[in-house]
Design a protein around this ligand. Structure first.
Ligand SMILES: [Fe+2]
Length: 297
């Protein structure tokens, strides 16, 4: 089976056509898919129809899976699936996390070894007046790195950054419009339960499969660059967050039910939007690819 790649005008978010992910997928086709994933950092498949078992089987072709750190949002029957949804179940409890990722981030930066990437499959997408809501934005961290001046790249290559959970909780409380709702309070508390110690990551990572250098950023999370003067560090963090999410590096995904989007946690950062509410329903299943997202440059 030969796949076709339909390019967007952005450096990432290209659509892969000609494959039914419900399988079976032969080895040559899978190799083409994995190559496109490594190369572009975000790829899109449309018009898929996947059971949880089929999504898990496809995801495992890439290697072992990680379970989401907050177990209460993992599917009760298929715990390898992290449920992202605003739907309230028959028991009155949210069936998934409703306010996930509404800031530029990579998945599971709160852990010391962030996973390779994520695969998100849309079961239900909120639509209003014919327009889908809840878009996801992806920014190419490799393109953003390459566009920096050489002397700055060299300096950042040797820089480590403090990713502060405390700063993140404050940022979230300030910016998340659902923070006062039971679902927002529940996820804030669940995150707080993970502890508040700082995590140090390199601000430039080398992609473990392509060798490409990529910026590693999370909006509102990095408290300082280690070894930098405080004012210079603050200014650089603000500059890098703006730079990495400049329009020329960004793909905006407008969801349709049946879409499957997979992103690489080294090659891009992403951001969800929360521009919808019940009764408009959103229901997504995410699997998370284990193994490292990258090493220090
Ligand atoms: Fe995310």
């Amino acid at each position: 089976m030969a796949i076709e790649i339909v390019h967007t005008s952005a450096p990432l978010g290209h659509e892969v056509r000609g494959v039914d992910l419900a399988g079976p997928i032969d080895g040559a086709t899978f190799a083409e898919i994995e190559s496109a994933y490594d190369r572009f950092g975000t790829i899109v498949f449309r018009d898929q129809s996947l059971t949880p078992d089929q999504q898990i089987a496809f995801s495992r072709r890439f290697g072992p899976l990680d379970r989401y750190v907050l177990d209460r949002y993992n599917h009760r029957t298929w715990p390898d699936i992290f449920v992202i949804s605003n739907i309230i179940g028959d028991d009155g409890e949210p069936i998934g996390m409703s306010d996930a990722g509404r800031y530029w981030h990579t998945d599971m930066w709160l852990t010391h070894t962030p996973p390779r990437g994520s695969i998100l499959y849309a079961l239900e997408v909120p639509v209003q007046n014919g327009e889908p809501l809840g878009d996801t934005y992806f920014a190419s961290t490799g393109e953003a790195y390459d566009a920096l001046p050489a002397d700055l790249r060299a300096r950042l290559d040797d820089t480590q950054a403090v990713f502060s959970k405390r700063k993140y909780f404050e940022f979230r409380a300030r910016t998340n419009k659902d923070i006062d709702k039971p679902s927002g309070q529940a996820s804030q508390q669940a995150l707080a339960d993970l502890g508040d110690e700082d995590i140090v990551h390199s601000i430039v990572r080398r992609h473990p499969r392509t060798g490409r250098k990529c910026l590693y950023l999370c909006e509102g999370v990095i408290s300082r660059l280690i070894g930098w003067d405080e004012a210079e560090s603050d200014a650089m963090i603000a500059f890098l967050e703006r730079h990495a999410t400049s329009p020329q590096f960004v793909y905006r995904h407008r969801w349709r039910a049946g879409d499957l989007v997979m992103w690489d946690n080294c090659a891009c950062i992403h951001r969800a939007t929360g521009d919808f509410e019940l009764p408009l329903r959103r229901h997504m299943h995410r699997t998370t690819l284990a193994n490292t997202a990258g090493a220090a440059a």
